[in-house]
Design a protein around this ligand. Structure first.
Ligand SMILES: Cc1ncc(COP(=O)(O)O)c(C=O)c1O
Length: 453
């Protein structure tokens, strides 16, 4: 029988892990954890140790692990048809899912374009927006505006609209040129305004840019309410509302990248609902299948779709497709996920839990190095700083977040950090008692690490 140590040895021999510097495992006790099963909010390693999946396995899991109804949906579909191409063919789960998504998103959404993951959903949105303008006789509208510190995926198109150096800097010679505006991050406000006491003055920079360059701008792409990969940086819904108005005023499309936020994370199905706006195009992935299986969708309106609808010879077709576009297994799981969300009133049940999380996060205020404690819906984050008064961050090389992660693993929670930010994005089915359990582990881990340092 292969032992745990042998599995891990083989892992490090053959598997190249994402976002991972493998040298960190050299001569250390710390190695990738070998996970064998999951149940609810917990995952279990091969030795039976239990961990709260506090980051929902990279923000994908919404209904917990090992959900019988989702397992059955997957198995039932596998016994019918596991895959069929989606050009000139279709299948019931793809149709049912598209109908459900359009109805959930409401007017004016009407069309769903499937792909495989968040990055591809963003690629589709960018190409769709550019081709829309091209076919409207405005090929000069070729720029995309995005925020500093934004993250939209790791493929080169999505990296182009991204703004985080570690993902982008090396590839600058390869990516296409985009326009950037400063992200409206309230804790470190670019205009030094006090949180909750401003008139969203940071939007003025966007208007200036739109005024100067609207003839050349195809779309602005945003992560709604929370810039996840930047460290759960949060901003008010009012910003999105104002952005929608500006996009209308200057004839610029609004692309809403809901890859991380949709399906309940913010307390609603889609984050744009908080701002009472509708984007022109929005992207979903991750939680669409409750985190079971890769699937993504780029959802848009007839206004966009009609610019592609014409005789074959006009070459207005959207020539974009992936082998696994609209995979039946994934669509069947996604349909079941949406049925569960509806029947079990997952969104409604979240509201008291969100209040509970908000209240419970206050425990971190007593920690000397918890600089900012922020929350949006079911997402909480603690930004650790060297000095609370000056907001001086810990240096990158100090790996404070990583130290807390290791400490929390010993205590039974997966708190994989982003730099100095420890965040909570648990499956939505977490209970109040489990929130207590998670926050206690986080509190003790942060305290231990920051006191020692
Ligand atoms: C806002 C946003 N967009 C796109 C992506 C990319 O998604 P994927 O990793 O599924 O390609 C992510 C991933 O975290 C994301 O947070």
């Amino acid at each position: 029988m292969t032992t745990k140590e042998e599995w891990i040895e083989k892992d490090l021999k053959y598997v190249w892990h994402p976002d991972t510097q493998h040298k960190q495992y050299e001569g250390k006790n710390y190695k990738p954890a070998l996970i064998e099963k999951g149940e609810g909010i917990y995952v279990y390693d091969i030795d039976g140790n239990k961990y709260i999946d506090a980051v929902s396995s990279w923000w994908v899991n919404t209904l917990g692990h090992n959900v019988k109804r989702l397992n059955n949906a997957l198995l039932n579909q596998a016994e019918k048809i596991e895959h069929i191409l989606l050009a000139d063919f279709t299948h019931k789960p793809a149709v049912e899912l598209a109908e459900r998504l359009v109805k959930l998103a409401g007017n004016p959404f009407s069309k769903v374009f499937y792909s495989d993951d968040g990055s591809t959903a963003v690629e589709v949105a960018l190409k769709m927006a550019y081709q829309y303008w091209y076919q409207k006789g405005k090929p000069e509208k070729k720029y995309f505006v995005s925020m500093t510190e934004s993250y939209h995926g790791d493929t080169l198109g999505s990296v182009s609209v991204g703004g985080i150096d570690i993902y982008k800097k090396i590839f600058n010679p390869l990516v296409f040129e985009t326009l950037k505006v400063k992200a409206p991050f309230c804790y470190r406000c670019p205009l030094n305004c006090k949180q909750g006491q401003c008139n969203i003055e940071c939007i003025n920079e966007v208007e200036e840019l739109f005024k100067q360059k609207n003839n050349e701008i195809a779309a602005m792409i945003v992560e709604p309410l929370v810039q996840g990969a930047a460290g759960m940086r949060m901003y008010p819904a009012e910003y999105l509302k104002k952005l929608r108005t500006l996009c209308d005023k200057y004839d610029i499309l609004l692309i809403d990248d809901e890859v991380a936020m949709a399906f309940g994370r913010t307390g609603k199905y889609f984050a744009f609902e908080h701002a009472q706006i509708k984007p022109d195009i929005f992207c979903v992935a991750k939680g669409i299948t409750a985190g079971y299986i890769p699937l993504a969708a780029t959802i848009t309106t007839d206004k966009i779709y009609n610019a592609f609808y014409d005789d074959f010879s006009t070459l207005k077709t959207f020539y974009h497709g992936h082998s696994f576009t609209g995979n039946p297994l994934a669509c069947a799981v996604a349909v079941e996920n949406l049925k569960i969300m509806e029947e079990e009133k997952i969104i409604e049940k979240l509201q008291p839990k969100i209040e509970y999380l908000k209240k419970s996060l206050k425990i971190f205020e007593s920690l000397e190095h918890a600089g900012d404690i922020r929350q949006t819906g079911m997402i909480g984050a603690v930004e650790m700083v060297k000095d609370k008064k000056t907001k001086e961050p810990y240096a990158f090389e100090e790996r404070m977040g990583h130290r807390v992660f290791l400490e929390a693993m010993k205590r039974g929670a997966i708190l994989r950090p982003i730099g100095n930010v420890i965040y909570f994005m648990p499956p939505l089915i977490i209970t109040e008692a489990q929130i207590d359990e998670l926050l206690k582990i986080a509190y003790d881990s942060i305290k231990t690490v920051t006191e020692k340092f």
